[in-house]
Design a protein around this ligand. Structure first.
Ligand code: SF4
Length: 247
């Protein structure tokens, strides 16, 4: 991606640019471009959680292909959210993606359109991905829950537990190199923790039997409400990009 285009996406993230000596200087971009050679890869910490405790074994059921999995989700009534959804929101993107982006649950617009991360939050997510050189079409985007909780309330534990096997099956099919958990609810459900999002950022967590690296960052909907944290999100994305480069 050329610098002009990346500047455009960084601008969408609200990151400051300035001009010095007739040249556009992007401190964050320059730092990002130097990262692969300027620093050691992030230390891979031991698993923050017991990998055996993450992801129900039943989720790794053999022989489920994409059409079958999609059909099962579309027909699912395993929790009460099936009664209030307009439609299930399965996931979208490259089925062989290296990056898997996982959010919490569909919102109102996602429930209407049947696709995760649409609307303003989706546009910001696209810009976040573009800023690290990824098109939306290159990654796979899904949620922990496939149905919208009424009124956008937080999903409860049993709803998340019922739905997580579907995400596990998606992961088994995609075999991504890295997961990016966006938002507190997604991070807490995937890591089975009640820690704050702030305390989970900037660490390499591990997910599932494959011990896949999992990085936590803010949800774009939160960033729209709290633009001051966009810079932290940019740091998280650079961190994740660096981790992925060393997987
Ligand atoms: S949220 Fe998940 S488990 Fe609940 S009905 Fe929807 S697809 Fe099924």
């Amino acid at each position: 991606m050329n610098n002009a285009l990346r500047r455009e996406y960084l601008a969408a993230l609200g990151l400051t640019t300035w001009v010095a000596r007739g040249k556009v200087v992007l401190p964050m971009l320059e730092a990002a471009n130097k990262l692969p050679v300027a620093i050691e890869p992030p230390a891979i910490e031991p698993a923050a959680i017991d990998p055996a405790a993450v992801g129900p074994p039943a989720a790794r059921e053999a022989g489920v292909d994409w059409p079958e999995l999609r059909a099962r989700v579309a027909a699912c009534t395993r929790c009460s959210l099936s009664a209030t959804r307009t439609q299930t929101v399965f996931g979208v993107g490259n089925q062989r993606a290296e990056w898997l982006v996982v959010g919490e649950a569909p919102g109102a617009e996602e429930d209407r359109q049947g696709e995760p991360f649409v609307g303003r939050a989706g546009q910001l997510l696209n810009s976040m991905l573009r800023a690290i050189g990824l098109a939306r079409e290159q990654v796979y985007i899904a949620n922990v829950l496939k149905c919208r909780p009424p009124g956008n309330r937080d999903p409860n534990l049993s709803e998340a537990a019922e739905c997580l096997p579907y995400l596990e099956q998606q992961i088994a099919l995609i075999k991504p190199k890295i997961m990016l958990a966006v938002g507190r609810i997604a991070a807490q459900n995937l890591l089975r923790t009640d820690k704050t999002l702030g305390s989970l950022r900037q660490q390499v967590h591990r997910f599932g039997i494959s011990q896949m690296p999992l990085i936590v960052t803010y949800h774009p909907a939160y960033l729209l409400r709290t633009p001051a944290d966009k810079r932290k999100s940019w740091e998280d994305l650079k961190f994740a990009r660096d981790v992925c480069a060393h997987v």
